[in-house]
Design a protein around this ligand. Sequence first.
Ligand code: FEO
Length: 167
Amino acid sequence: MITKNIEDELNKQLNAELYSAYLYLSMSAFLSKKNLNGFSHWMQLQFEEEQAHAKKLFQYILDRGGNIQLEQISKPKTEWLGIIDIFEHVLRHEQAVTSMINDLVDAAMNEKDHATVALMQWYVSEQVEEEASVSDILDQLKLIEGKGSGLFMLDREAKQRILNPIN
Ligand code: FEO
């Protein structure tokens, strides 16, 4: 069993992952409208990854005998200034998610809930990868000032992204 406090925290994280999925789907739509179809594809995979993060928490809460509390998902933004603005937003968002995950690890450690600590270590590592890959893309976009033939090439590269299986 998990305590009510950990159950609440895990449900909060579940909602945050679903919001992340929503946000990236909105970004995908915006990028498609801008004819950046590679980045739009990249965001759709991001949308799918976030759903997988949510499902992993969902299953864990149930496995530990907890209750699922699905909340309303906030409406994401629909407009950005451009591709650099989008990736700056992604990076800020992922940093905020990392901070929530760290708080959840702290809460689980305080309660000596080793199983939740172990689960959340997976998310800690995942956040390192996510922040690194988004930072790399952002640096490259800044290098080409988010335009021209460089943008065309980066968009083509983004189209090659494939979904990493979540385990
Ligand atoms: Fe579920 Fe982007 O972290």
